[in-house]
Design a binder for this molecule. Structure first.
Ligand code: XBP
Ligand code: MG
Length: 251
């Protein structure tokens, strides 16, 4: 199979958005709503088991039983709270507070130059993706991606494979023509569930995740002079992940 497209996850893969991005935005929205909820770093790590911001708030309410106002329609209330969280998150991105992970910009530029197509498959809100791309890769960068499959566009979020099916359908490609880049167990369950070979770049929140179904697991994409560490699965050649390394993994 020749590699025709790269399908990127966003949170944790393109950038370390969770601890200093989404988590902070959730806490700002809680404070603004005069809730006494605070998601500290370890608590947020546990809550990451549930993908999707609205779903994560719902899970927190159900499992942690925090104090909350007596509202007639709890789903609508959660949706409003999540809207505020998205506003805070976008403001944070617009201040360029979240950089891309090591090697991500290099690989995206190399893929574009080589005519490899690009796609996004993520659980997060679509606007969060376009604003992250614009703030890190430039104003026109969302247009570099043939499809940005994101958020509520499919009914079942990761670990369901649906968001990858959506991206594959838009690309018009078979799963084995593509390579997915993911960072977490939920991400790998989704990508492998859709049959897409997957490279995992772990991060602080996902280092103990079960990503054994992935083709290869490393700590980062790396850069010349800043080598990745191989963790599991196939060992990519070289010291940083480029298209040649990805093709070698798929061969
Ligand atoms: C990451 C997530 C998201 C974000 C929050 O998924 O689980 O829920 O934490 O995003 P992925 P929203 O790694 O697939 O991008 O609040 O916009 O839902
Ligand atoms: Mg992720």
């Amino acid at each position: 199979m020749t590699l025709q497209a790269l399908i990127f996850d966003v949170d944790g893969t393109l950038a370390d958005t969770e601890r200093d991005g989404h988590r902070v935005a959730f806490n700002r929205a809680f404070a603004e709503a005069e809730l006494d909820w605070v998601w500290d770093v370890p608590t947020y790590g546990e809550l990451l088991a549930v993908t999707g911001g609205k779903e994560r708030i719902r899970y927190f309410i159900d499992q942690w039983a925090p104090s909350l106002p007596d509202v007639a329609d709890q789903d609508a209330w959660i949706a409003e709270l999540h809207k505020a969280k998205t506003r805070h998150y976008l403001a944070l991105l617009e201040r360029h507070e979240i950089p891309l992970r090591t090697g991500v910009a290099r690989l995206i530029h190399e893929a574009r130059a080589a005519g490899i197509r690009l796609a996004i498959a993520t659980t997060t809100t679509p606007e969060n993706v376009t604003v992250l791309l614009r703030s890190t890769l430039g104003e026109d960068s969302p247009g570099w991606f043939d499809v940005i499959s994101a958020g509520d566009i499919v009914p079942a979020k990761k670990p369901a494979p649906d968001i990858f099916h959506h991206a594959l359908e838009a690309l018009g490609l078979a799963p084995t023509d593509c390579l997915a880049l993911e960072d977490s167990a939920n991400g790998v369950r989704a990508s492998i569930g859709a049959g897409v070979p997957t490279l995992v770049t772990l991060n602080d929140y996902t280092r103990d995740d079960d990503v054994g179904a992935a083709l290869s697991v490393v700590d980062q994409l790396g850069e010349p002079g800043q080598p990745f560490t191989h963790i599991a699965g196939r060992r990519p050649p070289g010291e940083f992940i480029d298209l040649a390394a990805l093709r070698a993994l798929l061969a």
